[in-house]
Design a protein around this ligand. Structure first.
Ligand code: GLA
Length: 374
């Protein structure tokens, strides 16, 4: 089964935009293999918009840009495969891609066959220049079918930015992940708004098809294509904790070749990744009031374990209160939670309530077990 748990990988868009090339992709593949990302589970290396020539060839086939990809895509995909990774590419359901390159409207079967012939394992499928007269659901269904007919197993990453409530139909049409919001930018407000807008839609994520809150900006530091001031290290921790706790795909958008040690450690934090990849793929349950500046989430994990997250979305230091009774653990249960801090590894035990003090835009994330309160 493709995407039994949320897909993980790297995508070129956030940092490089359309400035992509054969040598860049090879360097990224090397970095993914050599710097521990592959071992941590990051599997797909995806080139986004801007990889093709501006016109199809005489037979109507998509052609890789000869300057950016002088050896073609097949050779590049082979290189990525040799590194033990999978290769992804981008197209669009409309008449042109968002950056104005040829797209797959009315060319779905032909393009899917081309991708399969090149050894593509993942297709991100965008929504720009979509004809007004066409039907969105049918267009995504058509590419999904074309991929199924292509003779190769290709993960279908649909990206229609949340138009027409995709959580209601993307699973049915065979997508493995679907973008549910507009584009992320590298600043706090952008990831906060995306995450908070999806809380009530996460119940539709399950093995086989996941709500995609967009590529991570962790480690971008305001540089690159979607750089917008950047985030503090604490905010990047918060972004990564939200993406992990919410069980959304983890596609790295920063320059994986040059990430600093702290960022590498964060993106490869096994404790956070284990929550994201938990086999039961349950959505988190919100314990706090939806309008509260601090939010508390409890997520059931396999093996009678839990993830417990505290988030301070306000611009000031705040306590985030959690009364265990609100999560079905009253005092009379005799139970406590044994906690392991996912960032520090520190262990502890708590009963009845917790009230951690959180700096502005920061979080705590624990792995928890129900134990006797004695
Ligand atoms: C849209 C998508 C982005 C990216 C660009 C490429 O904006 O949402 O993720 O793929 O197009 O042009």
């Amino acid at each position: 089964m493709l995407s039994r748990t949320p897909p993980m990988g790297f995508n070129t868009w956030n940092t490089f935009g359309t400035e992509i090339s054969d040598s860049l992709v090879r360097e990224v593949a090397d970095a993914m293999a050599e710097k521990g990302y592959r071992e941590a589970g990051y599997e797909y290396l995806v080139i986004d918009d801007g990889w093709s020539e501006m016109e199809r060839d005489r037979e109507g086939k998509l052609v890789p840009d000869a300057r950016k990809f002088p050896h073609g895509i097949r050779k590049l995909a082979d290189y990525v495969h040799q590194k033990g990774l999978k290769f992804g590419i981008y197209s669009c359901a409309g008449l042109k891609t968002c950056a104005g390159y040829p797209a797959s409207f009315d060319h779905e079967y032909e393009d899917a066959r081309t991708f399969a012939g090149w050894g593509v394992d993942f297709l991100k499928y965008d929504y720009c220049h979509f004809p007004k007269s066409a039907d969105t659901v049918t267009a995504y269904q058509r590419m999904s079918m074309a991929l199924k007919a292509s003779g190769r197993e290709i993960l279908f990453s649909a990206c229609n930015w949340g138009v027409q409530e995709p959580q209601n139909w993307m699973r049915s049409i065979g997508a493995h992940m679907y973008r549910s919001t507009g584009d992320i930018f590298d600043c706090y407000a952008s990831f906060r708004d995306i995450a908070l807008s999806q809380v009530d839609r996460l119940c539709c994520s399950a093995p086989g098809c996941f709500n995609d809150m967009d590529m991570l900006t962790v480690g971008m530091g305001g540089k690159g294509n979607v750089g917008m001031g950047g985030c503090t290290p604490e905010e990047y921790r918060m972004q990564f904790a939200l993406w992990c706790l919410f069980g959304t795909p983890l596609m790295i958008g920063g320059d994986i070749r040059t990430m600093d040690g702290e960022t590498e450690k964060l993106l490869q934090n096994r404790s956070l990744l284990a929550i994201n990849q938990d086999e039961e793929c349950r959505p988190p349950c919100r314990i706090s009031r939806p309008d509260s500046e601090t939010q508390v989430f409890l997520r059931h994990l396999a093996g009678n374990e839990f993830a417990l997250g505290f988030f301070n979305f306000s611009d000031e230091e705040r306590h985030a209160s959690f009364f265990f009774a609100d999560a079905g653990i009253p005092w009379s249960s005799g139970c406590a939670l044994r906690l392991t801090d996912c960032f520090t590894g520190e262990e502890g035990k708590a009963r009845d309530c917790m009230d951690p003090l959180l700096a502005a835009h920061s979080c705590r994330l624990y792995r928890a077990k129900l134990v006797s309160g004695e």
